[in-house]
Design a protein around this ligand. Structure first.
Ligand code: NI
Ligand code: MN
Length: 237
């Protein structure tokens, strides 16, 4: 269904989202494709990836960074610590940054914003600190702005993100347990002042209990906000 979102959004399952800008550039956030049990086989062969954004170091968000980087040579923006980690793995075109800053890669402007979560990389029996978790405000060349929250709990400065950047779309985790659930995500959407909410980080494992149906129920008191419910592999635009 076409809603005139200003950008095409494909949910690859769990927390992995592929944005295709009107300019043709594709931005992949938190690549976890091969080992992602929610990603449909037909969606695993990505045609092009121009930019990768990484919100934090957990394996369900960085699982396929190295393999996709090798195949597609995208520009990769992430926190400083994760950029150093992947540089050691031979990954190229890494752009370390930190919260509050913006970077424009291939015409796509990414502003790194706060998130409440943790960030570590498990490698064998080692647990490597991976900087602070973050979200991104992504501004495409046609002016469309998306707040991609990453894994996070709700926090009051989401109101500030709404006031400063005026995103029309929020891509929010709703699975509960590791992130916000539907109740918090509905309040977040209201604070952000967005028109559309795309729920992610749900339904992958039984432990993630938050559902789009509950989010819709919670948001029914604010009919100006629409829940864009996708199944893994589906696209909204
Ligand atoms: Ni996480
Ligand atoms: Mn996660």
């Amino acid at each position: 269904m076409s809603r005139n979102l200003g950008v095409s959004i494909t949910w690859l399952g769990h927390a992995t989202v592929l944005y295709r800008a009107a300019s043709g550039k594709s931005v992949l956030v938190d690549p976890w494709v091969e080992g992602n049990p929610a990603c449909p086989p037909a969606s695993k062969n990505l045609e092009a990836v121009d930019v990768i954004l990484i919100t934090h170091g957990h394996s369900d968000h960085i699982g396929d960074v190295a393999s996709i980087a090798k195949r597609h040579h995208p520009d990769i923006a992430c926190n400083h610590e994760i950029s150093l980690y992947f540089a050691d793995k031979g990954v190229e075109k890494l752009h370390g940054m930190n919260k509050g800053g913006s970077m424009t890669l291939q015409g796509v402007k990414a502003t790194m914003v706060h998130a409440i979560h943790s960030s570590t990389i498990k490698e064998g029996d080692r647990l490597i600190p991976a900087g602070e978790p973050c979200g991104f405000v992504i501004e495409f060349e046609n002016g469309t702005r998306v707040y991609h929250a990453g894994d996070t709990g709700i926090f009051g400065d989401m109101k500030l993100i709404g006031e400063l950047y005026h995103p029309t779309i929020a891509v929010l985790p709703i699975g509960d347990l590791y992130t916000m659930g539907p109740m918090e995500a509905s309040a977040a959407a209201k604070m952000l002042g967005v028109k559309y909410v795309v729920p992610i980080h749900h339904s992958t494992f039984p432990a993630l209990t938050g559902t789009p149906a509950e989010l819709k129920k919670r948001l029914s008191v604010w009919p100006e906000i629409e829940v864009v419910e996708l199944k893994p592999g589906e696209t909204a635009d």
